[in-house]
Design a protein around this ligand. Structure first.
Ligand SMILES: [Zn+2]
Length: 213
């Protein structure tokens, strides 16, 4: 599915959703004239971003910044195709600053508590280690939107901790912090966006992780 999320709620206006096919992460965009891309998908032929952006009436040459929730390949593989059409800067948590290589793009470090402007939205960086040491979520406080990367998934799901750098205890701590936020929409790195009962999904993820990990 490739869709403008305002079909679910006017509070999601300006945000688009490109579903990841196969192993690829989802991709979210904010804005039109100056586009912010959150995660880039795997970049394989099924997930090549520029043509997908065009179906949303978005010009890939307008991509100004790419925010990575973390640097697993299924979230970063799409950078190359965007870098060939534009010169976006790449923003990622300081703990993974060395993970992104090449493409000649400028890289900026993010820290817990930083804010990133994306169009008229202000995204707060929340460091959520556990799935990966430098994993982040992005919280848009005004409309209570959480871009949750691979930290939280719908229906009480949460990120795996058995990959390099994964740490169960830290994931539970991260989920505890997220569960305290006022969230009405969860835009996860995999599976479909949550547009109702988001706080229940978050609380369930925390409870599940506490009892399973
Ligand atoms: Zn991941």
């Amino acid at each position: 599915m490739i869709v403008k999320l305002e079909i679910y709620s006017p509070r999601l206006s300006g945000i688009c959703y490109v579903e990841g096919i196969g192993l690829s992460s989802n991709v979210y965009t904010i804005g039109v004239d100056e586009i912010t891309v959150i995660d880039t998908g795997a970049g394989d032929p099924m997930n090549t971003l520029p043509p997908k952006l065009k179906t949303l009436d978005l010009d890939p040459r307008n991509v100004k910044q790419i925010i990575l929730t973390h640097t697993h390949f299924d979230h970063t593989g799409g950078i190359e195709a965007l870098a060939s059409m534009a010169s976006p800067r790449v923003l990622l948590h300081e703990d993974q600053i060395d993970d992104v290589v090449g493409f000649g793009l400028g890289v900026s470090k993010l820290h817990n508590g930083d804010s990133v402007l994306a169009g008229n939205r202000r995204l707060e960086v929340i460091h959520t280690p556990g799935h990966m040491p430098g994993a982040i979520c992005l919280y848009e406080r005004q409309d209570k939107i959480l871009f949750s990367g691979d930290t939280v998934f719908p229906d009480g799901g949460f990120g795996r901790t058995d990959l390099p750098g994964g740490e169960s205890r830290k994931l539970v701590e991260s989920l505890a912090r997220l569960a305290m936020l006022k969230v009405d929409f969860i835009l996860p790195g995999h599976m479909e966006p949550v547009t109702s009962d988001a706080r229940t999904h978050l609380a369930t993820a925390y409870e599940n992780a506490k009892s399973w990990l």
